[in-house]
Design a protein around this ligand. Structure first.
Ligand code: HEM
Length: 308
């Protein structure tokens, strides 16, 4: 007797339906990417909110993978289906230990639970063959105004992966050496500023314009970012990834990310690596956001397929 699949297994199945996967050795989503290496330099202010070792004084090696959304390995960098762009990071903590952050260029998620995400992706899939006057996805968006807001959220093309900001979306709990805790969300901002392309300008770009640009500018022109945490105030909803917190919330800088080079063994590294948003050091814990808690399970299903 076959056991019933879990919600995350069903989500990844539908992602395979949507993107004609799985593909040998490749991710089920955010398949097309570029892997870079550099250093993370912590800021003194990090200690205000966390005792995590990599956020104290010493710099650490970092690997960053920028990606296009969807499971299409050849999706053009200027194809709107590839937005949101992704930024996955791994900070080396020494002794074979690491911590990961997995961020999106859009500051919020379309739905608050894995069950609703499964429903949404299924509606997208079924709309392709639906004869109904109101397609399943139109019905889903009509019933779920937050998902509609996500779909309509402006997603301009960046001039470079180094001119885009990235958002953790899900909240984490940060605890400092005095035992004081706050909830916060990661925000990565480019030191060179956010630079977006006009629609007509985006359309004439090369299909690999983002992947190539970031590889070719290094090491002459390092790509630099500020890593910060937006701190929740009492009453802010910390377990709902559809809600953007007010802009006036305190921002605490955790440090600077400096990317120096394209990773030499990038294809092998990508294949063997599963970035895990719940790979956390002491001093940082997950919130109870059900989207956050579902992610490692979904990523593991995708990872399992790629290692088969
Ligand atoms: C329940 C919700 C979600 C599901 C089911 C899901 C599913 C997936 C899957 C299957 C992968 C491939 C992972 C791998 O093979 O290593 C992936 C990658 C990724 N996801 Fe998600 N995801 C979810 C939520 C999110 C959120 C909230 C964000 C952003 C904050 C995000 C950003 C990314 C990024 C950037 C990657 C590429 C990671 C890499 O470069 O290896 N995802 N996602």
């Amino acid at each position: 007797e076959e056991r019933e699949k879990s919600t995350v297994e069903k989500i990844v199945d539908v992602q395979h339906d949507l993107f004609k996967g799985p593909r040998e050795g490749l991710r089920s989503n955010h398949t097309k990417g570029v892997v870079l290496t550099g250093e993370f330099h912590p800021a003194d202010s990090a200690r205000q909110i966390t005792s995590a070792a990599h956020l104290q004084q010493q710099s650490s090696p970092i690997v960053v993978r920028f990606s296009n959304a969807t499971g299409f390995p050849d999706i053009a960098d200027n194809d709107p289906r590839g937005l949101a762009k992704g930024m996955a990071m791994r900070i080396d903590l020494g002794d074979e230990e690491y911590t990961d952050m997995v961020l999106s260029s859009v500051p919020r998620f379309p739905v608050a639970t894995p069950e609703a995400f499964l429903e949404m992706l299924t509606a997208v899939r079924d709309s392709a063959t639906s004869e109904a006057e109101t397609k399943p996805i139109q019905q889903f968006l009509a019933d779920n105004p937050k998902a509609k807001h996500f779909v309509e959220y402006p997603k301009p093309f960046p001039a470079s992966f180094a001119n885009l900001s990235y958002h953790g979306i899900n909240a984490f709990k940060f605890t400092n050496a005095d035992g004081e805790s706050v909830y916060g969300r990661y925000i990565v901002t480019p030191l060179d500023g956010v630079k977006t392309l006009e629609k007509a300008d985006a359309e004439i770009q090369n299909e690999n314009y983002l992947m190539n640009e970031i590889r070719e500018r290094l090491p002459q022109q390092p790509a630099e970012f500020r890593l910060a945490v937006q701190v929740a105030e009492p009453g802010d909803e910390v377990n709902d990834a559809t809600i953007i917190w007010p802009e006036d919330r305190q921002i605490v800088e955790l440090g600077r990310i400096v990317l120096y080079a394209a990773k030499a063994d990038a294809a092998e590294y990508e294949k063997a690596t599963m970035f895990n948003p719940l790979a956390l050091p002491e001093g940082i814990e997950p919130s109870a956001d059900p989207i956050l808690l579902a992610r490692p399970g979904a990523y593991a299903v995708s990872f399992q397929h790629r290692m088969d």
